[in-house]
Design a protein around this ligand. Structure first.
Ligand SMILES: NC(=O)c1ccc[n+]([C@@H]2O[C@H](COP(=O)([O-])OP(=O)(O)OC[C@H]3O[C@@H](n4cnc5c(N)ncnc54)[C@H](O)[C@@H]3O)[C@@H](O)[C@H]2O)c1
Length: 482
């Protein structure tokens, strides 16, 4: 937004980029530059020239990846357990505001031989971890508003950042992540659903091999009923952060799970880019009513009764530079089954999920038998390798909570660092997928006016090579699971 320009200037001043003249050239409206027609109406301006291309960047190889995890709640307690069984990982430090969460997390990984130091009790203790000299990667699993400050501080202190989604909550923060990652040459990887495993990896492989022809359109969502068990739980989230995030604004608060697989299938940031989007939100028919009912029984909820809650269903549409379209939805309160990546449609066929189906013509879906044989044919190398490693592992846990089970993404992140390979998912992907939230909020509150999506690659999308090496063509896949 325009007001963000001041924050940006402060940030650029602090980071020294302004004095080097690096940022100015890209800020529209600067001396010597003419605005294009309609540009003055655009709330989010392009404000950066790339100083170093982090797409395809391979950081110096690390045999041992020394890890710290900040935030040990629902997800973070699992993050510790997911990283602990990966060969070459040494968990050095764990941090949470609540001391018992740290103690419990240390206990949960002692069988793997990790003996991390404990940091707890102070809301700035995490900074001490970033400042240590013996850590390579900081995993950030805290409430949303802390992700960017923590990533920035980690990278400024020479650490790679692994952040839970969303990496950022404002467009300004997205730019800060991009600028800091480029300047420090530290990776900033956002851990969300993607095409590393399962059917999404298979579909990506099919897309790349031309099975669906030219891709025209894709759809995804974060539809997950969090209402009573999560959002209106007194204990599920630290300080009710998720309930608070759902008040005071409309928009798609959590686009990544549905959108990131599509970004990878459409080669966004490496061959195509998002040009513009528009967003519309329904009213809230559920949260306000629910909180009134809860407050009638329990004063705890009274402070929320007069809040304006996010409209229940948000729908956003995005057009890409190559003329393809994406639709994404967000709904965490309606009583309905989950939806994430849900559809990709091309000139020669379509995949639709829940349940997975493929059609090649108007005549209807192919049989289950044909579908299964296509899945077998198009399963990429990364899925095969990961399954073999899981089968060979002695201790790796495949039962219980999904949060505790090492995912192909956790494994691949460490595998790339250990093999000196580029990250499959980089800061540009984190930035563009996170920017969709503030862009949707702006559009939904401006009668769905269309809004340009910033190009976080500063034009490098035209020449960047493909990311997401699902067939391990550039190597790797050598890191074992214990
Ligand atoms: N990728 C996924 O599938 C997935 C699944 C669940 C959650 N998440 C994400 O994980 C993140 C955490 O979600 P959660 O459900 O675990 O929330 P949570 O509230 O259970 O956990 C957050 C933790 O952060 C700690 N914390 C807060 N401020 C801190 C500080 N200053 N220093 C140290 N610790 C601090 C809290 O004490 C708490 O333990 C969110 O971003 C969420 O969106 C991702």
């Amino acid at each position: 937004m325009y007001k963000n320009k001041d924050n940006r200037r402060d940030f650029l001043k602090k980071s020294g980029l302004l004095s080097l003249g690096i940022a100015g050239a890209g800020i529209s409206g600067c001396a010597g530059q003419q605005k294009k027609q309609g540009e003055e109406d655009q709330p989010f301006q392009q404000a950066h020239n790339q100083v170093f291309n982090m797409h395809g960047y391979a950081a110096p190889k690390l045999d041992v990846v020394r890890v710290a995890v900040i935030g040990l709640g629902n997800r973070g307690s699992g993050t510790v357990r997911r990283l602990a069984p990966i060969e070459g990982v040494e968990i050095k430090a764990l941090c949470d505001l609540e001391p018992e969460r740290v103690t419990k997390a240390i206990e949960s990984i002692k069988d793997f031989g990790h003996k991390p130091d404990s940091y707890s009790g102070n809301e700035n203790d995490w900074k001490k971890i970033c400042e240590r000299q013996d850590i390579d990667l900081i995993a950030i699993v805290t409430p949303w508003h802390l992700h960017t400050p923590m990533c920035l501080y980690a990278m400024e202190n020479d650490k790679h950042a692994y952040t839970e989604l969303p990496a950022a909550t404002t467009v300004d923060e997205c730019w800060q992540l991009v600028e800091t990652s480029e300047r420090t040459r530290k990776h900033c990887v956002q851990m969300s659903s993607n095409c590393h495993g399962g059917i999404q990896a298979v579909v990506l492989n099919m897309v790349r091999k031309g099975f669906f022809g030219d891709i025209i359109h894709a759809e995804g969502a974060y539809i997950h009923d969090l209402l009573m068990r999560y959002i209106f739980s007194k204990t599920m989230y630290h300080n009710l952060w998720r309930l608070k995030e759902n008040t005071g604004k409309d928009g798609n608060l959590y686009p990544q799970h549905g959108l990131v697989p599509i970004i990878q299938m459409l080669d966004i940031n490496y061959g195509d880019k998002m040009d513009y989007m528009a967003s519309v939100s329904s009213d809230d028919f559920i949260m306000g009513k629910t909180v009134k009912e809860l407050a009638a029984e329990d004063d705890f909820w009274a402070p929320f009764v007069d809040k304006k809650f996010r409209g229940n269903i948000n729908t956003s549409i995005i057009r890409t530079n190559k003329g393809r379209t994406i639709m994404i939805q967000h709904d965490v309160t309606s009583p309905r089954p989950d939806v994430r990546f849900s559809m990709i449609s091309g000139t020669e066929g379509i995949y639709v999920s829940h349940p997975g189906r493929i059609a090649k013509s108007h005549a209807g879906w192919i049989s289950e038998e044909e579908f299964n044989s296509l899945v077998e044919e198009f399963t990429p190398e990364i899925n095969k390798r990961f399954s073999e490693l899981v089968d060979q592992a002695m201790q790796v846990e495949r039962r219980g909570r999904s949060y505790d089970r090492t995912s192909p993404t956790d494994w691949r992140l460490i595998d790339c660092l250990r093999n000196g390979l580029p990250m499959d998912m980089d800061v540009y992907e984190a930035a563009v997928s996170s920017a969709v939230t503030p862009l949707s909020t702006w559009s939904a509150s401006n009668k769905s006016m269309s809004v340009e999506v910033p190009d976080f690659t500063s034009g490098a999308w035209k020449t960047n090579k493909r990311g997401m090496d699902i067939n391990l063509e550039n190597g790797g896949g050598t890191t074992k699971l214990i």
